[in-house]
Design a protein around this ligand. Structure first.
Ligand code: NAD
Ligand code: LMR
Length: 334
């Protein structure tokens, strides 16, 4: 058996973590033969809840768990970790945009960025989930200069999965027959869900999604707004933000980092924009189509971008630039 890896989940007493932890400890993310030391971080008032979560993990009687450490101290939580899943933060409520959380949440990612820099392994893979995820990820990157920027990513896989599911539902096919959708930009209502390069299997035959759907006005209209506003729609219905689907997306994202993407396929994730081939300004965490090999991502190059897409990609980059400025104002006055 392999040596255990140390996996930190922050916000471990919260609702996403409750859906996520079983999938991790069962081996669905890092593999069925990968032992785990699980580190669970939450704030002090949540420690009694965390104790219950630890009891439940124990009661699952799963063979991969070597140790569970629960703590409210970053110095303990970030020590020598291999993976950081940064969920812990405030979720939005009905009527808010995700960027309205910047003031409350950016200081968490500043402090956790410093903790990563000081305490984590330099090979650590960091996934930022807490909203606004792209800009929080950028904050963590800035505060952890000793860790390669490429080790950080933020979650836009939920949007990617939502886009796949909308197309699959429309065409009456299983969602895994839809491939290569793209989420460009921010995990916000300016994101651009793009199916110009996506393919689908219909009655055993692979074709472009554009040809299969044959309805450009839907693809350029309701499809995009449904995906952009899905998080808000879930909050309106549940009075809580999405958790089961977020946990599934986190598992998909990390499993792909660990094991790679299949040949010819890509997924969406928020990564540092430095030197990207699509003229997106440098120094943003922007969602791109990426392929992953040997635990390293690369942006898919040479995709043709039409004028419609170009405008949408620029608009979401503009919002990210504004968020970055707002976050830096909050952080410098904190
Ligand atoms: P939740 O309120 O149920 O849980 C959050 C947990 O984080 C709480 O237990 C809280 O005590 C804890 N926490 C707060 N500050 C912390 C800190 N400094 N260190 C450690 N833990 C801390 O919320 P949730 O539904 O689990 O959502 C968590 C975050 O994920 C929110 O910001 C939400 O908007 C975001 N989210 C992102 C995506 C995405 O696709 N990127 C999807 C869903 C939710
Ligand atoms: C989502 O997309 O469901 C999450 O980011 C939660 C939210 O605030 O929409």
């Amino acid at each position: 058996m392999a040596e255990p890896i140390k996996v930190l989940v922050t916000g471990a007493a919260g609702q996403i973590a409750y859906s996520l932890l079983y999938t991790i400890v069962k081996g669905d993310v890092f593999g069925k033969d990968q032992p785990l030391i699980l580190v669970l971080l939450d704030i002090t008032p949540m420690l009694p809840v965390l104790e219950g979560v630890v009891m439940e993990i124990c009661d699952c009687a799963l063979p991969l768990v070597r140790e569970v450490i629960s703590t409210d101290k970053e110095e303990e939580a970030f020590k020598d970790i291999d993976v950081a899943i940064l969920v812990g933060s405030m979720p939005r409520r009905e009527g808010m945009e995700r960027k309205d959380l910047l003031q409350a949440n950016s200081k968490i990612f500043k402090s956790q960025g410093y903790a990563l820099d000081k305490l984590a392994k330099k090979t650590v893979k960091v996934l930022v989930v807490g909203n606004p995820a792209n800009t929080n990820c950028l904050t963590a990157i800035k505060c952890a200069p000793s860790i390669p920027k490429e080790n950080f990513s933020c979650l836009t896989r939920l949007d990617h999965n939502r886009a796949k599911a909308q197309i699959a539902y429309r065409l009456g096919v299983p969602s895994n027959d839809v491939k290569n959708v793209i989420i460009w930009g921010n995990h916000s209502s300016t994101q651009y869900p793009d199916v110009s390069h996506a393919v689908v299997k219909v009655k055993g035959k692979q074709m472009s999604v554009l040809d299969a759907v044959k309805d450009d006005s839907w693809l350029r209209g309701d499809f995009i707004t449904t995906v952009q506003n899905r998080g808000a729609a879930v909050i309106k219905a549940r009075k809580l933000s999405s958790a089961m689907s977020a946990a599934k997306a986190i598992s998909d994202h990390l499993r792909d980092i660990w094991f790679g993407t299949p040949e010819g396929e890509w997924v969406s994730m928020g990564v540092i924009s430095d030197g990207n081939p699509y003229n997106i300004p440098n120094d943003l965490v922007y969602s791109f189509p990426v392929q992953i090999k040997n635990k390293a991502w690369s942006i898919v190059e040479c995709l043709k971008i039409n004028d419609f897409s170009c405008e949408k990609m620029k608009a979401t980059a503009k919002e990210l630039t504004e968020e970055k400025e707002t976050a830096s104002e909050f952080l410098s006055s904190a």
